[in-house]
Design a protein. Sequence first.
Length: 138
Amino acid sequence: MKSYRQELWFETKEKREYINITPKVRAAVQQSGVKEGLVLVNAMHITSSVYINDDEPGLIKDFDEFLEKMAPYDKSRYRHNRTGEDNGDAHLKRQVFGREVIVAITQGELDFGPWEQIFYAEFDGRRRKRVLIKILGE
């Protein structure tokens, strides 16, 4: 079995951003040489997520508005912020969107359903964070 590891690094300009990383994951699969297997893609920070959905701008705006209604950015609202942080909302947003995705690799390609794309979601940006890509297979 082959194993391949790669890191992606991000430093967003905005506090919240949604970045389609499908091309980078696809390139990692090609570099790995794995034809049949699995790719794990996960955010390595507790205020960001990796998720799969449609790359449609209206939907991405809907996600952002939904998350902001569920866990609005408000420095005085969260107990976590009493530690000197101001990102209590980002931790909650991450719990909703999750940490990682796993995608099958079939004949050397990401085995997606219609419209599926992989995204990095940043909820507490403006600093360096990373995403792990781990590929296993033959």
